[in-house]
Design a protein around this ligand. Structure first.
Ligand code: DNO
Ligand code: MN
Length: 365
């Protein structure tokens, strides 16, 4: 397991590279050019700027999250071909600087969705929260407005520029079914995966967050069955997944441990985090500790260990603790604590394995 940490870039993140390099076992940043709109080709000079910043801090830049997909590709419009061309040009450049994994998602209009960015927990910390009843009653425009007001920094997927066109976007999706989205995804994969293969880059789709339809928009990367279907569309190690335990885990019906065993050769990138799911369908992001939420983080780390996981992992989101002022879900403290929990479990399993081997050796004498 190679530990990495998401960084939003100089001036766009409250966490610094020097802080990141001091978290035990972190070797690289997970990055993106957040100011380049979805669909546009990434400029090489900006890519090189991040490369030199990361290298100066002794961190690699193997993982990009995300190169976002233009809505026209998800909608299957004729203009998608130009956006797919741009995507290929970006892949080419990322390969040149040594990128190995590109995370992306195929969710219509929105990326992750929550109703509160700073919901207070029993211990006074705050975290991202999803209130089912509110989602059913709120107008998407009001939600976008509220989220953008509450967050101090522009969040990926919620760029005001893009969301200004919300009405047009919703209209465009009126008759788009889940099957349409599957076939538009297939078109994208047939174009992109051979290209990614040639450039030695693993494309890793992120599951939908939360993994169900919202505001009537189709969502398809939601379950073990659907991930199986996704992987079979294009059978190649370069067509792979970012297994996000928190996104999938907000549906308690999803068995992440089973997914790790089934999809083990197709997971170059793991997001490991916990959520607490309530009986009424609400969920709250929690600390990484298994007992604090509904997701079996202990079992998940064990499954990665047992399957010999050598990919990249990051703690994904964290709570906001110790009065930290940070990007929602992306503070330093709780994510660093999360990493230490993951290493604790990982190192313990490694020791148990070693122990067994020694025992076996003793037995065989
Ligand atoms: C949620 C986060 C997401 C993720 C994007 C990937 O779990 O990891 O914001 O970054 O959906 O494209
Ligand atoms: Mn995630």
């Amino acid at each position: 397991m190679k530990m990495v940490f998401r960084w939003f870039g100089e001036g766009n993140d409250t966490v610094t590279l020097n802080q990141i390099r001091q978290i035990p076992g972190v070797e690289g940043i997970v990055w993106a050019l957040h100011d380049v709109p979805a669909g546009e080709e990434w400029p090489m000079d900006k890519i090189l700027e991040i490369k030199s910043q990361a290298e100066l801090a002794g961190l690699h830049l193997d993982v990009v999250e995300s190169v976002n997909i233009h809505e026209d590709i998800k909608l299957g419009l004729p203009s998608r071909d130009q956006y797919i061309e741009n995507y290929k040009r970006t892949i080419e450049k990322l390969a040149q600087v040594g990128v190995k994994v590109i995370c992306y998602n195929f969710m219509p209009i929105f990326d992750w969705l929550r109703t509160d960015l700073y919901k207070e927990g029993p211990d006074g910390s705050t975290a991202l929260f999803y209130e089912k009843a509110r989602i059913h009653n709120i107008d998407p425009f009001d939600l976008v407005h509220q989220i953008n007001q509450d967050s101090q920094l522009t969040m990926p997927g919620w760029e005001p520029e893009r969301l200004k066109h919300l009405t047009t976007l919703f209209e465009a999706y009126t008759n788009v079914t889940e099957e349409d989205l599957w076939s538009n995804l297939e078109y994208f994969l047939n174009e992109i995966i051979p290209f990614a293969e040639a450039h030695d880059i693993r494309m890793a789709i992120h599951p939908d967050d939360p993994p169900w339809s919202i505001f009537g928009l189709p969502r398809i990367i939601t379950s073990q069955d659907n991930i199986r279907r996704f992987l079979s569309i294009y059978n190649s190690p370069n067509n792979s997944i970012t297994l996000c335990s928190g996104s999938l885990g907000s549906n308690p019906g999803n068995d992440i441990v089973s997914m790790i065993h089934e999809f083990k050769d197709r997971i170059p990138f793991a997001h490991i985090r916990n959520v607490k799911v309530f009986d009424n369908g609400d969920f709250m992001e929690t600390s990484h500790r298994t007992q604090d939420g509904t997701v079996d983080i202990t079992g998940i780390v064990q499954a990665y260990h047992d399957t010999g996981f050598t990919g990249y992992a990051r703690p994904d989101h964290g709570r906001h603790i110790w009065d930290e002022k940070c990007r929602p879900g992306y503070g330093l403290y709780d994510r660093a604590l999360g990493i230490m929990y993951l290493w604790g479990l990982w190192d313990a399993y490694a020791r148990i394995k070693e122990g067994n081997t020694l025992e076996e050796q003793v037995k065989s004498i």
